[in-house]
Design a protein around this ligand. Sequence first.
Ligand code: ADP
Length: 269
Amino acid sequence: HHFLELSAAAKQQSLQAEQQLNIAYEHQQQLEILRDQFLMSVSHELRTPLTEVKGYINLLLEYGNKIDDETRAAFMQSASYGCDELELIISNVLGSSRIGQEIKPLSMQELPLLSTITEICEHIYLEEHTLRLAIPADLIILADRQQLRQVLRNLISNACKYSPAQTLIEISALVEDDSEPMVRICLQDAGPGIAADEIPLLFHKFSRLKRDMMGSVRGTGLGLYISKQFVEGMGGRIWVESAGVAGQGSCFCFTLKRLLPVTSIKKDA
Ligand code: ADP
């Protein structure tokens, strides 16, 4: 009798172990599907700019000595912008993986805001949009230049991707109160805007709006995720304000630490 009870318990245990193995196996399969989907979307993303770069280089190889200097320079510039796009995608993919984050430790520096943003924007290719800066000249921020560059490139690239050609993108900076140790940087576009119920998921990994999943605009859904990681790592916050009305656009805002001007540190001490 005792022996029978023991063997029933053993059976039960082996059944449980088998069930656990099955669950682990299904889990593993789901992970593999996710990984494949991710690799597919990243390869697809990389392919378009790569084809473009290759196209311009082939044109240069074939016609390089038959075209005028201006056309040649324009082809080289286009190839170079294609490389920038490749670089941004790779930085986003790497930055959003644990390994990538360990490679580049945060390096906070004092940076003059206006000239830093101007310099970053000068190297961004705007094919069909106008960029306007409204940034006070005297602000000094504390930030990691590379990460700030990547955040701005992602936000500007999105503004271009999702808003109609020939519209304006404005980057402004604001300090509400002289003694406030943060500066708010906002990027306003004139695109379709984002509905309130879609905003909470926007900064999650791989998140894309439904209307863009099937559309022709490419994306990995990593740009805003990585921007949030970087801004928060530098001690700031990032959010979006939008009425969700087409044409009224979206306003992506983030805060960064700034140096307080000497006069405002303690007026009444
Ligand atoms: P993606 O690579 O898809 O552009 P992001 O993380 O940069 O990934 O953006 C996530 C999603 O948020 C986009 O797919 C798009 O649906 C939406 N989005 C981002 N920026 C804007 C914008 N300026 N206007 C409208 N929708 C936007």
